[in-house]
Ligand binder design. Structure first.
Ligand SMILES: Cc1cc2nc3c(=O)[nH]c(=O)nc-3n(C[C@H](O)[C@H](O)[C@H](O)COP(=O)(O)O)c2cc1C
Length: 183
């Protein structure tokens, strides 16, 4: 796949088959995260979750958090769930805290996007997942089960796996984000 094909074939996929990506494939996705454009001073951690019990616990916590407004499977039966965690800044002076957190969120986007694009390039499907991330608030049992280090919070996550769903080439929708030129 050339780069433009990767961009146009990446799509959020919500149906997966049972095939487990091998270790080499997963390592390439982790490497993509490590190659992303990130500022270096944030403490972050990647949890690569393939344990079904841990995923089931997260499904249950997500059900509880959304109180019937959203229904499982929140992780769509994907065999791999990658969670990015880190430390948000809450103390010091408000200006620098805001600056640090904005940088952190920018890092998070870069890391997740690099992993999704690498997954697409390797013939895998993916989907960013926020529901199961926010549902970890107040659930130390889930955080522990998915390997989030003490003092860290889940920041973002992505599911990865193989899918039999079609992924046709997507078209650019110019209305999605208005563009202006200053010449
Ligand atoms: C920050 C973020 C959080 C998301 N959380 C979820 C989620 O919890 N569940 C879900 O099914 N999709 C989730 N998505 C996927 C979006 O719904 C999807 O990216 C959007 O509909 C655009 O579709 P596309 O990725 O196929 O272009 C999330 C995407 C982003 C960027």
């Amino acid at each position: 796949m050339d780069f433009e094909e990767i961009l146009t074939h990446r799509v959020s996929t919500r149906k997966y088959n049972d095939r487990m990506p091998d270790e080499q494939t997963l390592q390439k996705i982790i490497d993509a995260a490590l190659l992303s454009p990130i500022v270096r001073w944030h403490k972050m951690h990647l949890s690569i979750v393939t344990n079904q019990d841990a995923m089931n616990l997260a499904e249950e916590a997500t059900d509880e958090f959304f109180k019937g407004q959203r229904h499982r499977p929140h992780l769509y039966g994907a065999p791999v769930w990658i969670i990015l965690s880190g430390k948000k800044y809450e103390e010091d002076d408000p200006d620098s805290t805001r600056l640090k957190n904005e940088n952190l969120f920018w890092n998070v986007g870069s890391i997740i996007e690099n992993m999704e694009l690498q997954a697409t390039a390797l013939g895998l499907a993916s989907c960013g997942i926020n529901t199961a991330v926010v549902s970890m608030l107040g659930r130390p049992d889930v955080k522990k089960a998915v390997g989030i280090p003490d003092g860290y919070e889940a920041l973002a996550s992505v599911i990865i796996g193989y899918s039999d769903e079609p992924c046709p080439e997507r078209e650019v929708k110019p209305d999605l984000i208005p563009v202006s030129y200053i010449k």
